[in-house]
Design a protein around this ligand. Structure first.
Ligand code: SF4
Length: 478
């Protein structure tokens, strides 16, 4: 998978390692402390930090796994059968993030085969129909101005839910993919509408340096290509690969490079991952993160908040949260769409907007990414829309400065807001309003019946201001 011919660049030293990965703050605030499974405790730091050592010592068989993790006899038999069809690879670094005492550990679920992979259901080999939008073998042209290039079937760790399992995990998948390199580049050269190229796989950072150089130099030289996105899980699963100055310099020299990485759980945000993200950022490469919503891994609001806050801490921008695709053998990872929306409801307003990814379903039949979010528009009329904020406050928003068109009818609630009787309905127990009261900016609002209180008439000195219109006037209130 990795070339053995590359010169080994001087390796940076490891930080202090923990002899016991389980008891030492396994789920501390990320990036927490470096970890090593006890079986590798005597490996010298210069080897541990060498990606080639990590690669050579990756766990690649059920036989190796059974000596490291507890399994039932049935589990071993089932995953032993899967081994004939699907690859397995877990570098010692990534394996050390697993809590071996927890059979449902989120790192284990992502990397260790499960008997559930053999169960069928609504599952497809090519759920996004990438192959049907492929004018050239290995290249998908779906959206107007961007293409996806599959450059290798190899990865440093094989994620058990991989959308491209047919090419990556499946033995003999796309071993011959790189034979179409020139045709892919030529297709991009001949299509000036292509502005953005996603270089993916597999993981392109597993490519030999000369091959990666071939892709990057050719793409850089195409004037209409503005953006080269490298889709890689290397910062998560084998950050040591990015200790290599030669690789970093190559990525930097391509100038148009953005990194698309893939953290799924806060425990993956380690000091090693933080360090390589810093290296990439210092060389001018923006890092965006894709997460996949995975049952048992990150399908809880608290885990997702910890993940997103941890990413901001290492200056990685949360970009997409993907609903897990219906790929063969990954049904046990899939949650409901409601779960995704429930999590999104707990993010917007509760944390900084720069930390909130777009939740998307990648549509069947090659329909592409479709964003989903909770409903924030509650009702509407010719004159105004009724919007809801994260607190449950309902507010009348009049975007245009024009005379009202509604014939007034005695009413209340949301209907009253539409008619302009009030400008907002405030939920009881609102902390923000309590703070304002403390500051004596407003008087107590009268409690409404039910869970909302209607805002009082605006008055001089009040912090409840009428809504601004586009021309700076104020909407009628009360
Ligand atoms: S790193 Fe990406 S391409 Fe490779 S197995 Fe994981 S999800 Fe699939």
């Amino acid at each position: 998978m990795f070339p053995n011919s590359e010169a080994t660049a001087p390796l940076p030293p490891s930080r202090t390692t923990s002899p016991d990965p389980v008891s030492c703050g396994l789920d501390d605030e990320p990036p927490s402390t470096p970890r090593r499974h006890p079986i590798w405790k005597d490996v010298p730091d210069h080897q541990w930090d060498d990606w080639k050592w990590q690669q050579t010592n990756s766990i690649r068989s059920v036989r190796q796994l059974r000596g490291l993790l507890p399994f039932t006899r049935d589990e071993l038999e089932a995953i032993g059968k899967l081994e004939a069809d699907y690859k397995l690879a877990i570098p010692p670094y990534y394996f050390s993030l697993i809590n071996p005492d927890d059979p449902d550990d989120p790192i284990r679920l992502q990397s260790v085969p499960s008997p559930l992979e053999a169960e069928g259901g609504f599952e497809l080999d090519d759920p996004l129909e990438e192959d049907k939008d492929s004018p050239v073998n290995g290249l998908t042209h779906r959206y107007p101005d961007r293409v996806l290039m599959l450059t290798t079937p190899n990865c440093t760790m094989y994620c058990r839910y991989c959308t491209r399992k047919r090419a990556t995990l499946t033995r003999g998948g796309w071993e011959g993919i790189s034979k179409d390199d020139e045709r892919m580049i030529e297709y991009i050269r001949r299509h000036p509408e292509i502005k953005d190229v996603v270089v993916s796989g597999g993981d392109p950072l597993t490519l030999p340096i000369p091959k990666l150089r071939y892709y990057l130099e050719n793409l850089k030289a195409i004037p209409h290509v503005d953006v080269i996105r490298i889709g890689t899980r290397v910062p998560v699963t084998l950050p040591q690969r990015l200790y290599d100055e030669e690789l970093l310099s190559l990525l930097e020299s391509a100038e148009k490079v953005y990194i698309q990485t893939h953290f799924n759980h806060p425990r993956e945000i380690t000091p090693e991952a933080a360090r390589v993200c810093r290296s990439l950022l210092r060389r001018g490469m923006m890092i965006n993160n894709h997460s996949v919503l995975l049952k048992g891994v990150n399908d809880s609001l608290q885990t997702m908040r910890n993940l997103l806050r941890g990413l901001l801490r290492i200056k990685v921008r949360p970009y997409y949260l993907f609903h897990c695709d219906p790929v063969t053998g990954a049904g046990h990872f899939r949650t409901s769409v409601w779960k995704g929306l429930e999590i999104m409801e707990g993010l917007r307003g509760h944390m900084s907007g720069i930390g909130i990814p777009t939740y998307v379903v990648d549509s069947p039949h090659g329909g592409g990414k479709i964003p989903l979010m909770p409903n924030y528009m509650v009702s509407m009329s010719d004159d105004a829309v009724i919007l809801r904020n994260y607190e449950g406050m309902l507010v009348r928003y009049q975007a245009e400065d024009k005379p009202g068109t509604i014939t007034r009818t005695p009413t209340r609630g949301v209907s009253g807001l539409i008619q302009g009787d009030k400008t907002s309905l405030m939920p009881e127990g609102n902390e923000r309003m309590a703070r304002r009261r403390k500051l004596q900016l407003i008087d107590d609002a009268p409690a409404g019946c039910g869970s909302h209180a209607e805002t009082p008439e605006p008055r001089r000195g009040s912090a409840i201001l009428p809504l601004p219109l586009m021309n700076g006037q104020h909407a009628a209130n009360g």
